[in-house]
Design a binder for this molecule. Structure first.
Ligand SMILES: [Zn+2]
Length: 93
């Protein structure tokens, strides 16, 4: 799994952690995404995509326009709508 990404020029660290209850989270103060090491690789990739959307909304300042509930709904919509297509693109080139 990759250890860092850049979103809109900002570096985001990615860590796999075994001591967490959720699938993952994004710490905006630390610019850190944590993924649950007990999840399967494909589950972690899906979670990473989800948390990257949160990170991008934060870095773009869009999250300030949203309630937490609305942000989560948007992130889940993009995750469920787009991630399966990205997986297919990745497989088929
Ligand atoms: Zn979320």
């Amino acid at each position: 799994m990759i250890k860092t990404v850049k979103i809109l020029g900002k570096k985001i660290k990615i860590e796999v952690s075994k001591g967490m209850d959720d699938h993952g989270d994004f710490n905006s103060a630390k610019h850190l995404i944590r993924l649950n090491g007990r999840d399967s690789k494909s589950e972690r990739e899906k979670t990473l995509f989800h948390e990257l959307i949160h990170a991008s909304l934060f870095i773009g300042g869009i999250n300030e326009l949203l309630t937490e509930e609305l942000e989560e709904a948007i992130v889940r919509n993009i995750e469920h709508g787009i991630f399966p297509i990205l997986k297919r693109l990745n497989k088929n080139g």
